[in-house]
Design a protein around this ligand. Structure first.
Ligand code: IPE
Ligand code: IPE
Ligand code: MG
Length: 261
């Protein structure tokens, strides 16, 4: 993706001691970075505040991650906001999150216009509360013509549910005779996932130190590099994104083969 180097340099002015724009190779920025935004509740609780204040603070970190990704010329930024298992949380927290998704999206639409960002959702958004679903559909319609970075927000997303859905779609097409059994290959599955058309993420970042996927992108992360940050999501900054990319650029990605060097 094209990026404006002048804007990028201004955005990353005044670096901390351990990292700067010079630490990374701008010619090898990952195309797709994905985030597991974890630790909002712990961030709030550590300050003696209620969990929902962590979710509200998490919005600021996500806005910064979107801008950061645009500045760096990343093609696709995706982020896990609500899993199929998160419905198990107290009703009050679920309601707050659904409300926050809707109000935030409306409030942030100008940013999507300013930065030419196209929105999409990963997950079953049809079964969300009506108001949230309507706002999501409005966001999709209003940004559909944008040609810059794609921002994919995973809401009511679960990877197992996604794979079950893909299996059903395949079975339906086979039964209807529009797909032959020997045409059922990796691309036939990939085309039926919520992420259809997106490149697989090269880099996954999870905050709050947890070493698990929590039912996120099981298929798409087959060869993704993992980077775990020991801070909570609301504290994730543009510098952490640089640190993650710097670590990613030092990895030896073999894809089952042998090292190039
Ligand atoms: C991530 O933070 C946001 C959502 C899952 C909605 P958490 O709410 O999981 O915060 P912790 O992990 O309990 O601290
Ligand atoms: C994963 O975080 C889901 C999101 C970040 C939206 P959780 O906080 O739900 O994951 P677990 O329960 O710690 O595995
Ligand atoms: Mg969590």
């Amino acid at each position: 993706m094209e990026f404006d180097e002048q804007k990028l340099r201004a955005y990353y002015a005044n670096p901390p001691e351990d990292i700067s724009l010079e630490s990374i190779d701008l010619g090898r920025i990952p195309r797709h970075v994905t985030l597991i935004m974890d630790g909002n509740g712990r961030w709030a609780q550590a300050q003696g505040r209620p969990r929902h204040e962590g979710h509200i603070a998490g919005v600021d970190a996500l806005r910064e991650a979107v801008t950061t990704s645009v500045r760096l010329g990343i093609d696709v930024l995706s982020a896990y906001a609500f899993s199929t298992e998160n419905w198990k949380r107290p009703q009050e927290e679920v309601n707050l999150l659904m409300h926050l998704f809707a109000t935030t999206l409306l409030k942030e639409l100008p940013l999507f216009f300013q930065e030419n960002v196209r929105l999409r959702f990963l997950g079953d958004i049809n079964s969300l509360p009506e108001n949230t679903r309507e706002v999501f559909e409005e966001g999709l319609a209003k940004t559909a013509s944008h040609t810059g970075m794609e921002f994919a927000l995973a809401v009511n997303y679960g990877s197992r549910a996604e794979l079950v859905r893909a299996a059903r779609l395949v079975a339906k097409d086979v039964a209807a005779g529009s797909l032959a059994l020997d045409e059922v290959d990796e691309s036939a599955i990939a085309e039926r996932l919520y992420t259809h058309g997106l490149p697989d993420p090269e880099l996954l970042i999870r905050t709050s130190g947890e070493l698990r996927l929590s039912n996120y992108l099981l298929w798409q992360l087959a060869y993704t590099e993992f980077y775990v940050v020991n801070k909570h999501w609301p504290d994730f900054s543009r510098w952490d994104m640089l640190r993650a990319i710097c670590a990613y650029q030092r990895r030896d990605r073999r894809f089952g083969g042998v090292s190039a060097s």
